[in-house]
Design a protein around this ligand. Structure first.
Ligand code: F6P
Length: 343
């Protein structure tokens, strides 16, 4: 019987538990595989910290957010006693044949190195940011967009009531997918993403044109967006003369700039980890379950050193290299087609 260890690594993501459930249910039923879960990301693998995973342990998991295995951002080569040699010793002691690592770019890169160093490892891509290459969508993204869209809908009613410009900051350090999709879905008047520069003059011009039509401007900004000159962003004085607390995010910096330049009272909200927590959408549950089921097929075929991915509507198998070759950022044309209707 093949014994497989599963771990989750990097930032958590709605759908992780559905992957675990899909893998355990199919692997045990179809291939007679036996599963354990490594606790706390790579640390659990390095230290041999495991829990058994069987049908009863994964029952009812597909709608649960977070990860029952815990996660961390510390890589396997960064852990004390980490590295392939010690990991192989741990695997041998536990009778574990190979590892399924569910994670983002950092996890794929660590998995690639471990595989090259002799560890049998397969991967499942995850990130709410949707910026992993070689897969069309990552689970968790749909949930994050849904939560951000609901936030826009809610901010709109309070913004309209007070004639205020509302700025919503969403996650996305390197890629603006969450901002773009939630901004389109929520009908934002400006969407600001790390990939595309916009000047403060342009942002204010959009806000003023919205106000002149008697509407309240809605700006969605990804956390990784920057202005060419951020120095002005450090002033936090509002129109009422009071200092506004600055939380350090781009949204908090933009709001007083928009307010002082346009005279439109402006407030900002940082959505933060709310967009990463809670129950996954049905789309993410289905995608995560399919990926979990597909990765045990991959392992049963001896396809170590690869990960499963979504290509169109099919689940494909790709090398870790492919996933790491590029950062999947928002293409310029995709942004420009929406920019036409800003303001
Ligand atoms: O990589 C996913 C992500 O959600 C980013 O969008 C965000 O910048 C980051 O994680 C936050 O990470 P942490 O939870 O470690 O602060």
């Amino acid at each position: 019987m093949t014994r497989i260890g599963i771990l989750t690594s990097g930032g958590d993501c709605p759908g992780l538990n559905a992957v675990i459930r899909g893998a355990v249910l199919k692997g045990s039923a179809v291939y007679g595989q036996d599963f354990v879960g490594f606790l706390g990301g790579w640390r659990g693998l390095v230290n041999g910290d495991i829990i058994p995973l069987d049908r009863s342990r994964v029952r009812g998991l597909s709608n649960q957010g977070g990860t029952i295995l815990g996660t961390s951002r510390v890589g396997p080569y960064q852990e004390p006693d980490g590295g392939a040699k010690n990991i192989q010793k741990t695997l041998d002691a536990l009778g574990v044949d190979g590892v399924i690592a569910i994670g983002g770019e950092g996890t794929a890169s660590a998995s690639k190195r471990l595989f090259e160093d002799g560890i049998k490892i397969a991967g499942v891509p995850k990130t709410i940011d949707n910026d992993l290459d070689a897969t069309d969508y990552t689970f968790g993204f749909d949930t994050a967009v849904e939560i951000a869209t609901e936030a826009i809908d809610r901010l709109r009613t309070t913004g309209n009531s007070h004639d205020r410009c509302m700025v919503l900051e969403v996650m996305g350090r390197h890629a603006g997918w969450i901002a773009l999709h939630s901004g389109i879905a929520g009908g934002a008047h400006a969407i600001l993403i790390p990939e595309q520069p916009e000047s403060i003059d342009q942002i204010c011009a959009w806000a003023v044109s919205v106000r002149d039509r008697g509407r309240s401007p809605m700006v969605v900004v990804a956390e990784g967006f920057t202005l060419p000159d951020m120095s002005e962003a450090h002033s936090t004085k509002g129109l009422d003369g009071f200092d506004r607390p600055r939380l350090g995010g781009i949204g908090e910096r933009l709001a007083p700039m928009i307010e002082s330049r346009t005279g439109i009272e402006t407030r900002s909200t940082v959505l933060g980890h709310i967009q990463r927590g809670g129950v996954p959408t049905a789309f993410d549950r289905v995608l995560a379950t399919r990926l979990g089921m597909a990765v045990v097929d991959l392992v049963a075929d001896g396809g170590w050193g690869k990960m499963v991915a979504l290509h169109g509507t099919d689940i494909a198998r790709v090398g870790f290299d492919e996933a790491l070759a590029n950062h999947k950022t928002v293409p310029k044309e995709r942004y420009q087609e929406m920019r036409v209707i800003f303001g």
